[in-house]
Design a protein around this ligand. Structure first.
Ligand SMILES: Cc1ncc(COP(=O)(O)O)c(C=O)c1O
Length: 343
């Protein structure tokens, strides 16, 4: 077995069909034993619940090769927990957390040749997904589901990697107050597609969504949480009044890294759009985005420019980025349980 012959440094954030995936099916009130398979195709009844009432939830995490040749992933227990929360909100059965982590291990080990080499800048993206396969016609939860994990090697989410991006304040809303914004379900992304296509056409990398109730507070972007650095060099993290921000595992880790490794103070609180001009740095954070610096926000033609500028990541975000990725890659000692060794 040897690594696949890919140009790892230029693969982009795209889907490659890899060799193996993990599949388990839920029927008669229980999950089957699950297995690794080679079949990337899914055959569904035309009446499958996922096609009509969007019963689908997913996760995203990454496996990395470390310098000493291990393959690790980052806090998969939190992905397992969040998937359980997401499933519960859509009346879907939980896939047990211990089986989730075991399945991640199995599918990554089976596709070990697809794990990008250490230092290539690429990683193996792991996509667990669960959806209703059972028949429904009236509006109700299905009684059969599939849980699947596939993997694909990926490069940076934003073109240019760590180059600052420009984002726009969206006129669309991502999540209703007390709706489903805090779970990772496809339905939260379907309605963001028109907004992101429009933003890209206008030359922006992402949308910043405001709270749907008052359109005053910053929530998050279509695919990442947001962090700011204030004038004193401390971290300010938007918090939602209405629980409509996805609880990002990267953001929760950054908060702990900022406090425990860098000695920063961290404020997690509602952040008004009109106070953002006082901040020095802004970043998008998530599994895919890691920490991507934002140079400017465009608010209906008015530019909010961060002191860190459009050339490189600001100094505080850079320290956070280096510390977080150092922990993930095994170069800096991780807090207990953060780095899960697969191989
Ligand atoms: C809407 C949204 N917010 C935030 C995040 C970041 O979450 P995490 O750090 O768990 O990947 C994601 C996914 O990456 C996302 O899709």
């Amino acid at each position: 077995m040897s690594k696949k012959n890919l140009d790892w440094s230029s693969i982009g954030f795209n889907y490659h069909v890899t060799d193996y995936r993990y599949v388990s099916n839920y029927k008669d009130g229980k999950w089957d034993d699950g297995a690794i398979t080679t079949d990337s195709k899914i055959v569904l009844s035309e009446d499958a619940g996922v096609l009509h009432y969007a019963q689908e939830v997913f996760e995203g995490l990454k496996a990395y090769e470390t310098e000493d040749g291990h393959i690790v992933c980052f806090r998969p227990d939190l992905n397992a927990d969040r998937m359980e929360q997401s499933a519960g909100r859509l009346e879907m059965p939980a896939f047990p957390a211990d089986r989730f982590i075991k399945a991640v291990d199995e599918v990554v080990k089976a596709n070990v040749d697809w794990v990008p080499p250490f230092g290539s800048g690429a990683t193996l993206y792991i996509r667990p997904v669960m959806f209703a396969t059972g028949n429904v016609i009236g509006v109700k939860p299905a009684d059969e589901y599939q849980f699947r994990i596939f993997v694909t090697p990926v490069g940076p989410y934003f073109k240019g990697g760590a180059k600052p991006i420009v984002v726009k304040v969206s006129d669309f809303d991502r999540a209703a107050p007390n709706g489903t914004g805090n779970i990772k379900a496809g339905l939260n992304y379907a309605m963001s597609l028109h907004a992101i296509v429009t933003a890209h056409e206008e030359g922006f990398a992402e949308n910043v969504y405001l709270d749907a109730q008052s359109r005053t507070y910053i929530e998050e972007t279509g695919g990442a949480n947001i962090i700011f650095v204030d004038a004193d060099g401390n971290l300010v993290v938007p918090k939602s009044f209405t629980d409509s921000i996805l609880p990002s595992i990267t953001r929760r880790s950054i908060v702990q890294v900022a406090k425990d490794y860098l000695g920063l103070s961290v404020e997690e609180r509602p952040v008004r759009l009109d106070e953002v001009q006082n901040f020095k740095e802004m970043g998008l954070c998530g599994t895919a985005a890691v920490i991507s610096p934002v140079g400017k926000i465009n608010d209906h033609g008015k530019e909010i420019c961060f002191e860190s500028g459009m050339d490189e990541m600001g100094p505080v975000l850079k320290k956070l980025y280096d510390t977080l990725t150092g922990i993930q890659m095994g170069e800096i000692e991780a807090p207990e349980g953060w780095v899960h060794v697969i191989k």
